[in-house]
Design a protein around this ligand. Structure first.
Ligand SMILES: Cc1cc2nc3c(=O)[nH]c(=O)nc-3n(C[C@H](O)[C@H](O)[C@H](O)COP(=O)(O)O)c2cc1C
Length: 215
């Protein structure tokens, strides 16, 4: 098979990222960009982000998860703590998050350290989920090899019967992670491949250093 994609080419012209228009704290710039993406309207799941971990096999792996909250402290997502990514994080809590928002020709790359959020916060979020999602989280030992789809669906059916009219509490191995950033790079596509790249790096004094990178 052979397919040449050399002609996929685009000039990026929608916006710019200049030093005089950014704040000292990268979370404020993240918020501004996120709002602009939401306003752009046409973006499906603007909160979908790639989280890359270093696996137990020594290979990096990226996969999409949904950002559910961000604050000055960082970025929160929910998953199964016993999944492949959960095990990778147990072994090495240094991760990378990335967003690609083509509607605004933007990319954000975050390096940070992950920790589990407080159990009562995970409880609160689990509680807010629809019943099907709650039971799905219980039914699926995320990342384990399973013999067939039927096994999963039968398990869900049994759980539906078991929990009918009963409160469904959060499984202990399901919950939130907070990624506390140590660097955040904002990339804005510009014409002639002279893109804007602004990187914030957290210093030992907890101040953010701002630098421009060559595209
Ligand atoms: C749009 C989208 C959203 C997803 N959101 C989540 C999520 O919030 N949490 C999660 O655990 N997996 C989510 N997934 C599934 C993950 O990409 C992945 O398959 C799963 O977490 C297992 O990854 P692992 O085996 O590497 O641990 C999502 C996938 C897609 C495509």
């Amino acid at each position: 098979m052979k397919k040449d994609l050399g002609n996929y080419r685009k000039s990026y012209e929608k916006s710019a990222l200049m030093e005089d228009a950014i704040s000292d704290n990268p979370m404020e710039l993240f918020q501004k960009w996120f709002h602009e993406i939401e306003k752009a309207g046409s973006v499906d799941e603007p909160n979908a982000m790639t989280i890359s971990t270093l696996g137990l096999d020594g290979f990096p792996k990226g996969r999409i998860v949904l950002l559910k909250r961000y604050t000055y402290e960082g970025f929160i997502f929910y998953t199964n703590y016993s999944s492949e990514k959960g095990k990778a994080i147990d072994n090495n809590p240094k991760v990378c998050l990335s967003f690609f928002w083509p509607a605004m020709e933007r990319q954000v790359i975050i390096k940070g350290t992950v920790s589990k959020i407080a159990e009562n916060m995970s409880d609160g979020y689990f509680e807010s989920r629809p019943t099907g999602s709650k039971l799905g989280a219980i039914a699926s030992n995320q990342s384990e090899v399973i013999p067939s789809r039927d096994v999963l669906e039968n398990k869900l059916k049994k759980l539906e019967a078991q929990y009918e009219q009963k409160e469904i509490s959060r499984p202990a191995n399901w919950g939130g992670y907070l990624v506390a950033p140590i660097s955040i790079e904002f990339w804005q596509g510009r014409p002639n491949r002279l893109h804007d790249r602004i990187r914030y790096t957290l210093g030992e004094d907890y101040n953010w250093k701002i630098e421009r990178l060559a595209p």
